[in-house]
Each structure stands twice: as C-alpha cells, then as structure tokens.
Design a protein around this ligand. Structure first.
Ligand code: MSP
Length: 596
C-alpha cells in the first residue's frame, strides 16, 4: 500500500474538531499516531472504479434555464454512453446553496435561507427528472455529509500549513461570487438608470469594495505543480484551446486565495472550524461536492476509488473555468488527491446573441420548452446544436427544422417505412435474409453476392458504412465530441433513407412473384432494418425514450440493446414489434408538429 504523508500541522487543532475526524480514510497503520503524522491511504487499488461524471451544482438564487439543462444533458449522455458499453457509471448533479448571492436572494424574498433553498433546489431536481437525467445523487451543499466533507477538507489544508489569516482588501462580486484584482475592474454605466458603478471587465457584473480579515489558501505554493500538470496534460480541457487561457492566468495572475468571509457579512455558509466568526468561501464549499459524492472523507483504505473519484469528466460552462481548472486542482494537489481526468467546458446558449442569464432576463424556461417540443427533441437539439467552442443562439424555428429533418423525416420516417409498411413484412425479411447472414462478420455484406450489380454496389457501400458506425461514434464520444457523434448517427440514418429511395422496394413488391425480386426486396428491408437497429442502439444515450420506441417498433429485445449488438448481423430475433403497430395507420414515433 502506497501511503502519502500528511505534513506536520502548523497550528494546534481544536479538540472538538480532531474528535470529529473520521478514522476510516486514515491509513490503518497510522491511526495510533498524532494527527499531524497520519498518512492518507492511497493504495493502487485493484477494486473497480465506476465512470464518474458531474454537472456543476447550480446556484439556487434563480429558477433553472436551458443553459443549466444543457450541462445536465451533456453529462447524462456521457453517463449513458458508458452504461451502453457495459461500464458502471455515476452521475452527480445538485445545487450550490451557500454564499452571498443566495443569502441576498433569500432576504429579498423575505425567506429564511434554508427555506428558500429548499424551494429552489426542488426546481432543479424537477428539471433533472423531467429531462430524464439519470443522476445517482442530487447533492445539496446543505446536506450534512457535504458540510462534514468541507470541514475535513479545511482541517487538512490547515494541517498542511496552507491556510493563513490576513487582512484582505479588494473588489468582491456577489454575482460571480469572487474577488477581482484591481487590474480587472472598470467603471461602467447602466444604460437605463445612468448609474455609474465598478464592474468586472470579464463578466460586466457589479463589484463592491471590501476590507476585512479572512483566511487565505496558499495557492501560490501550488503554482509550479499546476503548470507542470497542464504541460503534461494538454488535452485535460476540452476544447484544448481553452488551456492557453488557464496557463496564462496561472503564470501571470495567480495569487493566494481568500477562502473565508467574516460572519457578519456572510452568515449563510459553513463555519470555519474553530473560528465561528468566519464563513467558508462558497466556491471552496461548492467544489468539494464532487468528492463528497465520491465518499470523501470516509474512503475505506484500498477501496477509495469505488465511489468514482477521480471524476472522469466535470462538465462545466466556460464561465467557471478558473474555479475548476485552477482553484480546484490547486486544492486537490494541496492534499495529494488525484485530479479529475477531464474537463468538458461548453460554451453558452444565447438569445439574440446575448448570454442567456437571469439577470438579463432573456432566459428560456426548459420545462416549457420540453412541454412544447418533447423531452427527447430538446435533448437532441441541445446536443446537436449546443456550442462547445462557440456560443449557440437558441432558436425555436431551428428546433422545428431539426425535428422535421432528422427526427420526423429521418429516423421516424425510416422506422415507419421499414416496420409499419403494409407492403412487406419485417419478420419475413429478417427471417429469410437474416438467416443467410448469420455468423458473417464485418465483410458479411460483401460475401453475399447477388446477380444485380447495381444493387450489389449499393448494398456493399451500405454495409461498409453500417459496419463502421459504432466505431466512429465511439471515437467521437471518446473525444467528448457529443455533437459530432450525434451528427454521424443522423448522416447514417439519412443514408439509409437514400438506400430505400434508390432501391425502390415498392417496385420490387409488385414483382414479388419473381424469386429474384423477392430476394432483393427482403435484402433491402433487412439491410435497412439492420441500420435502424444499430442507429437506435447508439441513439439511446441521446434520446433514451424515443430510441427505445424505435427498438420496440423493430421488436429488438431488451437484452440486445447494448453496444455489442450495434454491429450488423448480431441479432436475428427481431422483426415483430413489441407493442403492436397498426400497419399503414401508425402515427409514428415522431408525429407531425401541430404548427404544421
Ligand atoms: N454554482 C456555480 C457552480 C459550482 S460547481 C462546483 C455556478 N452556478 S450557475 O447556476 O451560475 O451555473 C451553473 C452552470 O450553468 C455553469 O456551468 C454555467 O456555465 C451554466 N450556464 C449558465 N448560463 C448558461 C448559458 N446561458 N448557457 C449555457 N450554460 C450556462 O456557476
């Protein structure tokens, strides 16, 4: 067992806090030692680590909007993709409830902060449920285990001598919940009221001057380690271009971080252990949620990774990069804890090219949007059109266009053509043609020659595309290019629609007395069905309900919907819909939009 020594404490610890220190995450052989000499257990465990993906935890000062839903959907698709591959996976989402911003919002509503948080956290939870986010925990920073985790974290930082107290003067921004250095502040004027105020150059949000005693985290001590980490992991942030900004910031602007506020200013938060006159800085509190969920500090020696840490991906918006790409790794490095493996930082949804935000008042309510378009249509739209590098403008007519082209006209139409036609039977096509393909692998399509050369060419091309879909989608998912993966699936669907158009099975039906035409007919239907089956299996993480409806319509059994089956000729038992379809009169999986 490899163990990491915790450096000697620089300050005496308060008795009450030491007593509350959990024993389980301290290396067994060190439990008898004074606290300052105990060691973390960090064995190279052989126990399995689930895939672990997180969303940011959302401020409860306002109701959720589609920007929040976007982070949730991206994380959910990543989790479901792993599950499709047969890997255990965990998704954690939740709410960030402490801090000045929430304290002020509660006061404005004339509510006690906790009561205010309960009401608003419920809205985010309802959003996660409605959007079909398969979260394993909805964490709230007011949860008892989280508050304990934060206290332990603080205690360990202090034990390492990385916390000190000094007077702090600077510009605090309540909206962004952070201090800004003088160099990043400018004068602005409100265009409506004429009020002149000081604001952050980066976000435009108002700042206020404050001078107070507070605790600081010796973040500058981690500068070299941070820079070394970035240099060794150039792909840590997706998109990688955002890394430059982070490196530049650490090189040129890194300072020690103020990590507490006087209680008389900020009472809504976790008290500093042993100094109840101070409240822990909300970002330190919030970031720790990621390890609370993973079991910190109750990690059992040798099994630390079972809770998921280190996270495989933190999904975040680009506006909170500094907190996740500088503060969070610095805090983790300070305690010799492993860093998250990747950060997926997405761009913003805008409305008329302005960032959607509560303060501007240009937000789209995701619940209304899902009621209007359907849950899976919204999930589809967000992943397909949402920005990673560049912002994306939210646009209802684009949603309608995507629906008509890709969903109703694409996968929906294809499923209807194949599974619900009065002119042919899918079970017969899978039965007669499928049996011939059984046992054939990658080049199966090439091994099944038919006399008609032009059909043969079409089938071969179709086969080759179909055989590589799962691999291409998998590679894009691996690169966290979710939109690219979805677009590839849609291209695949539209290619199949073309195959049908070009082979015109309705003409073959008319000549089905002829054995050659009948064979061709069955082969077209079978190859098209294979491609819908494969596409729908791979679409499950993106549109869980609709993909399941497609697979139901094809009659694919529940146990044959995993990635191993996303290859041609791996399932010959489908064809009869799970829920009976009224042929010719089926309204389909993606019905016509009411608007026409
Ligand atoms: N509470 C912090 C996060 C703490 S994580 C340890 C926070 N909360 S937030 O509610 O303001 O934002 C949550 C997420 O929503 C962020 O990733 C943010 O980028 C994202 N979005 C907020 N507005 C957005 C858009 N208009 N578009 C896309 N995402 C947006 O920051």
């Amino acid at each position: 067992m490899e163990a990491i020594r915790i450096s000697a404490a620089r300050r005496a610890l308060g008795g009450q806090f030491v007593l509350s220190l959990s024993r389980s995450w301290v290396c067994r052989s060190c439990r008898g030692l004074p606290v300052a000499f105990r060691q973390f257990s960090r064995s190279q465990t052989t126990s399995s680590k689930p895939y672990y993906v997180t969303t940011p935890i959302f401020y409860v000062n306002a109701a959720p909007h589609v920007g929040h839903m976007y982070s949730m959907v991206l994380a959910d698709v990543l989790k479901r993709w792993q599950q499709l591959k047969g890997k255990p996976a965990i998704l954690c989402t939740g709410t960030d409830e402490h801090g000045m911003k929430v304290q002020k919002a509660a006061a404005l509503e004339d509510m006690a902060p906790k009561e205010f948080c309960d009401a608003n956290a419920a809205k985010f939870k309802a959003l996660a449920q409605k959007a079909n986010i398969s979260y394993d925990r909805f964490i709230r920073t007011t949860d008892a285990d989280h508050m304990q985790a934060v206290e332990h974290f603080w205690f360990l930082l202090r034990e390492k001598g990385l916390i000190y107290e000094r007077k702090h003067s600077g510009w605090y921004c309540v909206s962004d919940e952070c201090f800004y250095p003088e160099s990043q502040i400018e004068k602005r004027q409100d265009p409506f009221t004429g009020e002149v105020f000081m604001a952050s150059m980066e976000t435009g949000n108002k700042v206020e001057w404050s001078e107070e005693m507070n605790y600081h985290f010796r973040m500058t001590a981690l500068k070299a380690k941070l820079l070394e980490f970035y240099a060794k992991n150039p792909d840590w942030i997706v998109p990688a271009t955002r890394m430059n900004h982070v490196v530049d910031w650490v090189k040129n602007h890194l300072e020690d971080l103020s990590i507490s506020r006087p209680r008389e200013r900020l009472s809504w938060g976790i008290r500093v252990p042993d100094d109840s006159s101070q409240t822990i800085y909300v970002w330190v509190d919030a970031l720790i949620n990621y390890i609370t969920q993973a079991g910190f500090p109750g990690w059992t020696p040798g099994r630390e990774m079972e809770g998921g840490w280190p996270a495989d991906v933190h999904v975040i918006g680009k506006d909170i990069m500094r907190f996740h790409c500088v503060y969070w790794p610095a805090l983790l490095l300070a305690l010799d804890l492993p860093l998250p493996k990747q950060i997926l930082s997405h761009a913003h949804w805008t409305m008329d090219r302005r960032k959607m935000s509560k303060s501007v008042g240009n937000v789209v309510n995701p619940t209304f949007a899902m009621d209007r378009w359907g849950v899976d249509t919204m999930r589809f739209y967000m992943v397909h059109d949402g920005g990673i590098s560049d912002d994306a403008d939210y646009n209802n007519s684009m949603i309608s266009q995507r629906y008509k082209k890709h969903l109703q006209g694409g996968i929906g139409n294809l499923t209807g053509r194949i599974a619900a036609s009065k002119s042919w039977g899918l079970p017969e096509a899978v039965g007669s043609e499928g049996a011939k393909f059984e046992g054939l692998t990658r080049f199966g399509g090439l091994l099944m020659p038919i006399a008609n050369k032009s059909f043969q060419q079409l089938f071969t091309a179709h086969h080759l595309e179909m055989a590589s879909v799962a691999r291409t989608v998998g590679m894009r998912m691996q690169k966290l290019d979710l939109s690219g993966a979805l677009q590839h699936l849609m291209d695949n669907v539209s290619r199949t629609n073309h195959l049908i158009d070009e082979t015109a099975p309705w003409a073959l039906v008319k000549d089905s007395g002829n054995p050659e035409s009948r064979e061709l007919l069955h082969r077209v239907i079978f190859l098209a069905a294979e491609n819908i089956r494969i596409s729908a299996i791979l679409l499950q993480p993106f549109m869980p309900t609709k993909a399941a409806e497609v697979l139901d319509a094809l009659g694919v059994s529940e146990d044959k919907r995993t990635i191993e089956y996303a290859k041609p000729y791996t399932d010959f038992d489908y064809g009869s819909p799970i829920v009976p379809i009224e042929k010719g009169a089926w309204s389909g999986i993606f019905p016509r939009l009411l608007e026409g």
